[in-house]
Write a protein that binds this ligand. Structure first.
Ligand code: GDP
Ligand code: MN
Length: 393
């Protein structure tokens, strides 16, 4: 509901602006990209799109991180794809790997269990590590040490709209902390106990909502749809447990693990909403704060980064719920974006007139000095929203 308030959550800037990218106006920010060598093609595509719609004018640097060294081909191809500075870093084991205290056998069993229950990426240890890294470690990587702001980028994403202002600058000037452009529901079986622990953390620390917590609460109607049980469909069926015959051990979604506190948390159940963090623009001091680190350490202690498959998206989101006020969160409704088959596409304001394509491209060329190929123009025109009147409404 807080998100309906346009004074808080309207776009920073409406319409296109003449781009003024004074170097002095730049914010201490970078794109942060976790990737593997085999992500090269997918990244070249993401970078091309991002440069085309934003970064060719602003030239923010890119930081690429990998748990293994990037190879020479990757570095050469990526550096060539942008005029901005590119840096490539290896993630030390101390930030990537699970703690030594984690029992390898238990971990293997837990991943197998998740696979048996068809949890997406359930048996992938590297995926679990990736989620943990983005949840609690990326901000401590040496290459990010002096950075204030990051914009997360992934392979194979697309941007659709020209962004003619600097979102970092606006976030900084408007005291924003966290920015997103898609919020969706999490796959319940990946986080059966994340809410429970988040709530116990909140209670233990006697925390009061600053206004964002409410975004993550199930409504009475939603609760009703679940037959009164807040997490009913977060757990797999008994049948599934029996088939596998493995329900007893460390199975996060089995009945045995079902929490005696579930009933107590009744009034406040998780609606599974989360910011889709493959796009996010964030302030690093938030993640580096004592309160965020305490939250992450608490979650780590509860083992959910491997005994379940807690994603960085719900973790970041619930942290926003715990610590932030609505005025510190920004919905980038004006950033058209696609990752896999989910996208956000801003619609033109009612009554807005699109210039005819020739004029549109003239404008782009004038502003950017770019000579666009016919192919590029054709590709982009696919995304020009037709006048609804012409479409017959
Ligand atoms: P999905 O979007 O949830 O399907 O997950 P992705 O496969 O896109 O992974 C999320 C991000 O982490 C992407 O930027 C990947 O390139 C990166 N990533 C995932 N797993 C690994 C890994 O094991 N090592 C490295 N270096 N990057 C990874
Ligand atoms: Mn992805």
């Amino acid at each position: 509901i807080v998100f309906e308030n346009p004074a808080l959550h309207g776009p920073f800037v409406a319409g296109c602006r003449p781009i003024v990218a004074n170097p002095e106006d730049k914010v201490n920010a970078a794109f942060v990209v976790l990737a593997r060598n085999q992500d090269q093609e997918g990244l070249l595509s993401s970078i091309a799109s991002l440069e085309r719609h934003f970064n060719q004018w602003y030239n923010y640097p890119y930081i690429f991180l990998n748990d293994e060294p990037f190879n020479a081909t990757f570095k050469a191809a990526i550096s060539k794809s942008t005029a901005a500075k590119t840096e490539f870093g290896v993630i030390p084991d101390s930030l990537w790997d699970f703690d030594d205290s984690v029992d390898r056998k238990e971990l293997k069993k837990a991943l197998q269990n998740q696979a048996d229950q068809n949890v997406m990426y359930g048996d992938s240890e590297s995926y679990h590590k990736m989620c943990r890294f983005y949840s609690g470690k990326f901000y401590d990587h040496p290459l990010l040490k002096d950075l204030d702001w990051y914009w997360r980028l992934e392979p194979d994403v697309q941007f659709f709209c020209d962004l003619t202002y600097d979102p970092f600058r606006y976030m900084q000037d408007n005291n924003k902390v966290y920015g997103y452009n898609i919020a969706i529901k999490e796959l319940k079986e990946t986080v059966p106990n994340l809410w429970r622990y988040t709530k116990s953390f909140k209670q233990k620390n006697k925390m009061q909502s600053k206004g964002m917590w409410e975004m993550f609460l199930q409504t009475a109607e939603e609760r009703e749809q679940r037959g009164g049980h807040p997490l009913k469909d977060a757990r797999m069926s008994d049948k599934n447990d029996k088939v596998k015959g493995k329900a007893e051990t460390n199975n996060p979604t089995s009945k045995r693990f079902a929490d005696p506190d579930y009933e107590d948390m009744g009034e406040e159940a998780y609606n599974m909403c989360h910011f889709w963090s493959n796009f996010e623009i964030g302030k690093l001091s938030f993640f580096r704060s004592k309160e965020y680190r305490d939250y992450f350490d608490y979650l780590e202690e509860k083992k959910g980064f491997w005994s379940e498959r807690w994603g960085d998206a719900p973790v970041h989101s619930l942290a926003v719920g715990l610590f932030l006020a609505p005025s510190e969160v920004h919905y980038f409704r004006d950033i058209g974006y696609q990752h896999s088959d989910i996208f956000h596409c801003p619609y033109n304001a009612k009554g807005a007139q699109l210039p005819p394509p020739e004029r549109y491209w003239e404008g782009v060329s004038k502003r950017t000095g770019l000579k666009l190929t016919d192919e590029q123009i054709k590709e982009d025109e696919k995304w020009l929203v037709p006048d609804p009147a012409e479409e017959g409404g």
